[in-house]
Design a protein around this ligand. Structure first.
Ligand code: MN
Length: 412
């Protein structure tokens, strides 16, 4: 992520600030013995993959100023952790001039100068719960909150969501890469899975492919559920053995430069679906296609939700699962869609109206624990001027395609 990508984002955000408003965006904390994953708002605005840093901006009478505070190098620590990014490197990468790069130990003293004239700070404070400790970001703002209780502190989400919701061509390319790699990993599983394997073996097959292609993280904990586990919506244990006749549900996504794919596919371990499994699969697939066809700028997510629920209810009646449409919640209990981007459940509300440049998932499902069966089919869809483009269209989802790959692999 170069400064060509991040400078226009910062300019846009700064242009929405009123006079006397400031931004304070914290990078993620330094990871201890685990892989570092950057805070998405910090990464979005700076392109920097370094821990602990702080981006600060303030709009005064004469326009906006920006600063970046980074960790100071410590030769003793660097023996363990490697060299820190220098001020010169940070300046070059994020496109702020060298004079605007400071060290973290200067943050509060420099802020002392601005606080008397700040009315409001927009910060990435995250969600606050009264029954939980404050988030790290809110904690780091405590000196300011204590000395300047009149400064309003508000979540950055309000002003950054309209920006992050509209994906640039560059962002769509990164998402496409995450989706394509996820697709390759799914095909690997379709080709290699065998009855009696463990769910976690399929997870390993997938991550092997992803990591070989430069992926550092899953976008979210992968769900690989065989048989009845597929009917548990957020099953993440992935620790059961695959039995003959099972259908396996995989809800997975690679994260590339923090852009996350989110794809669900289901396949029969025996190569072919049974007639009953096929019936259920076809209902879900048909609903998914019909909802995707509705996507265009101006349509409300709530409308997609309603249509999906109605169609699934009709399908469930045909499948003999329920008698009345209102009972569909027994077999389908989630929403049809969410925004997708740097967060798997990306910024953007459940009642949003779609705009060109949004990327959303479409993921109907039917879950029948008593038949040890769960089917969900999920694609990632870009909203275009004229309608939609399914970014995951090359990942097979037709029954015939999936069976062909399975049978070919099994007869090898
Ligand atoms: Mn999803």
């Amino acid at each position: 992520m170069t400064s060509e990508v991040t400078i226009p984002r910062r300019e846009k955000l700064l242009s929405t600030l009123k006079e006397k408003e400031a931004l304070i965006i914290f990078a993620a904390e330094e990871a201890k013995l685990e892989k570092f994953k950057q805070d998405n708002n910090f990464l979005y605005l700076t392109g920097l993959d370094i821990p602990e840093a702080i981006y600060f901006a303030f709009r005064g009478q004469n326009g906006a100023i920006e600063m970046l505070f980074i960790q100071r190098g410590d030769p003793e620590k660097e023996i363990w952790t490697g060299a820190k990014m220098t001020a010169e490197e940070a300046s070059q990468k994020c496109g702020l001039s060298l004079q605007k790069i400071h060290y973290l130990d200067e943050f509060l003293s420099i802020l002392s100068f601005y606080c008397p004239v700040i009315d409001k700070i927009w910060a990435n404070i995250g969600e606050q719960y009264l029954d939980k400790p404050p988030t790290m970001q809110l904690f780091r703002l405590s000196p300011i909150r204590e000395r300047y209780p009149n400064i309003i502190i508000e979540s950055i989400e309000t002003i950054i969501t309209p920006l992050r919701k509209i994906k640039s061509d560059w962002e769509i390319k990164q998402l496409q890469r995450a989706i394509d790699i996820t697709g390759k990993a799914i095909i690997d599983v379709l080709e290699k899975a065998e009855a009696l394997m463990m769910e976690y073996e399929l997870e390993a097959i997938m991550f092997y492919r992803m990591q070989s292609m430069g992926i550092k993280h899953w976008g979210f904990a992968p769900i690989i559920g065989t048989g009845i586990n597929a009917a548990t919506l957020h099953y993440e244990k992935n620790e059961c053995q695959i039995e003959n006749g099972d259908v396996i549900l995989m809800d997975v996504g690679a994260s590339y430069l923090n852009y996350s794919a989110d794809i669900t596919r289901c396949f029969p371990i025996n190569g072919s679906f049974t007639d009953r499994q096929k019936e259920v699969y076809e209902v879900v697939l048909d609903v998914q296609k019909r909802v995707i066809e509705m996507i265009k700028p101006g349509i409300e997510l709530l409308e997609l939700n309603q249509v999906a629920r109605d169609l699934l209810a009709k399908g469930a009646i045909e499948l003999g699962l329920i008698d009345r449409e209102e009972d569909i919640y027994k077999y389908y209990m989630h929403s049809i869609s969410h925004f997708l981007g740097m967060d798997t459940h990306d910024v953007g509300s459940r009642n949003a109206i779609l705009e060109t440049g949004n990327v959303i998932t479409v993921e109907p499902g039917i879950y029948i624990p008593e038949e040890k069966l769960g089917i969900r089919i999920e694609d990632d869809v870009l909203v275009t001027d004229t309608g939609y483009c399914v970014l995951s269209q090359h990942i097979p989802k037709e029954i015939s395609e999936i069976e062909e790959i399975r049978i070919k692999a099994m007869t090898k």
